[in-house]
Design a protein around this ligand. Structure first.
Ligand code: TRP
Length: 362
């Protein structure tokens, strides 16, 4: 069986370090591994509209931001199809048929949707489009017969729901049309859920605690300087705490032994540095300067590539246009198989028309 990747992002803002360690970096490795037959990366504008329907300009502007972020981290249009969700109208059609296979109570049990409803104060009145977006996400995945969906942990309920839809569809229509996907989540828990610079739960644009991939060196340095550490660590000689200390969480996610050799040779590795911090004698400033160096080293090539692509925005739209054409052809093929399995491909089926004639003749 072919190995096919599909994943995507909502274009609600520039992508940040949380996206990078949680998913983007891995996607580039998967792309370059040569192990996958096809790779689709989707800009999920239609899904983003389910809770931004009153602000389409925000989504419109952020499509190009996300595309630039993709290209700048090293996603390569020669190997990876990048496309815009809403242009692939076949996805909407699939969603309409899959909706028959899902109950309201099943959607209500989806833990990610539950949390998101609370976050958006939708408790008393949930827009239907938002409530049903897991069904549309099942269409995104199955339209490409994806076997592998690289995502963050919070997306696991979506993949589970997709698998259920696949099984229900194939069983109901006695077909082997749809493929059950597997999620691929980051190996490292820190990477799966990178906290914000304020040390709070998750890096997120709405909380204003992000470091964006497109931030300049100065912006990044300022954000690291203001980062949450350990409020009890007042003097350098005080013992420091690692729990909830954003600087050390970021170091967990980013610092390598080579970084120590290059920028902070006092320590061989992060364990040694942590030991010194917790016993007292290592100041926050020194830790922050090291983190800046580590992050700026990782981001320098990404920033440079972004600058190049920013010079020719029409060419970036062209990349998306071509990727979307390929994606559409793929989704159309699956949709036609789905409709054939459901016996609703009326005009494609000469035998059907003749059969109906026979019924009326007899
Ligand atoms: N829900 C995903 C997110 O918020 C984005 C997304 C939409 C997606 N469709 C998808 C991810 C299909 C993986 C597969 O990040």
């Amino acid at each position: 069986m072919s190995k096919i990747i599909l994943t995507g992002d909502r274009p609600t803002g520039r992508l940040h370090l949380g996206h990078y360690v949680g998913s983007l970096k891995r996607r580039v490795q998967l792309q370059n591994s040569g192990e996958y037959d096809k790779i689709f990366i989707m800009i999920a504008d239609a899904q983003a509209l389910t809770d931004n329907f009153d602000n389409p300009d925000k989504i419109r502007d952020n499509i190009i931001e996300v595309a630039l972020d993709y290209l700048s981290v090293g996603l390569d249009p020669a190997k990876t199809n990048m496309f815009i969700q809403s242009v692939v109208t076949e996805l909407t059609e699939l969603t309409f048929y899959y909706a028959n296979l899902v109950t309201v109570s099943r959607l209500e049990r989806n833990p990610t949707v539950k949390t998101e409803i609370k976050m958006r104060n939708f408790e008393t009145s949930i827009p239907v489009g938002f409530f049903t977006y897991p069904i549309s996400q099942a269409s995104d995945i199955t339209a490409f017969k994806a076997t592998t969906v690289p995502v963050g942990e919070d997306q696991l309920p979506m993949i589970e729901q997709t698998r259920e839809i696949v099984r229900k569809f194939n069983a109901t229509y006695n077909a082997e049309v749809l493929v059950e996907p597997d999620a691929l989540i980051p190996e490292n828990a820190t990477c799966s859920r990178l906290p914000g610079t304020d040390g709070k739960a998750k890096m997120s644009k709405s909380l204003g605690n992000c470091i964006c991939l497109s931030d300049s060196e100065e912006e990044l340095n300022k954000k690291v300087m203001d980062m949450y550490t350990d409020p009890l660590h007042l003097k350098v000689s005080d013992p420091g705490h690692l729990e909830g200390n954003a600087v050390f969480t970021y170091l967990d996610a980013f610092a390598t032994d080579d970084d120590f050799a290059e920028f902070l040779p006092d320590y061989k590795n992060l364990d040694e540095m942590k030991a010194h911090y917790t016993s007292g004698g290592l100041g926050d400033m020194k830790c922050k300067r090291f983190l800046m160096a580590v992050l700026n080293k990782e981001l320098a090539p990404i920033r440079a590539r972004r600058k190049e692509y920013e010079k020719d925005i029409p060419a970036v739209y062209d990349i998306l246009r071509k990727g979307t054409e390929v994606a559409r052809a793929e989704a159309a093929q699956t949709l036609s198989e789905v409709k054939a399995a459901m016996r609703i491909n009326y005009f494609d089926d000469e035998a059907l028309i003749q059969g109906q004639q026979a019924r009326f003749n007899s």
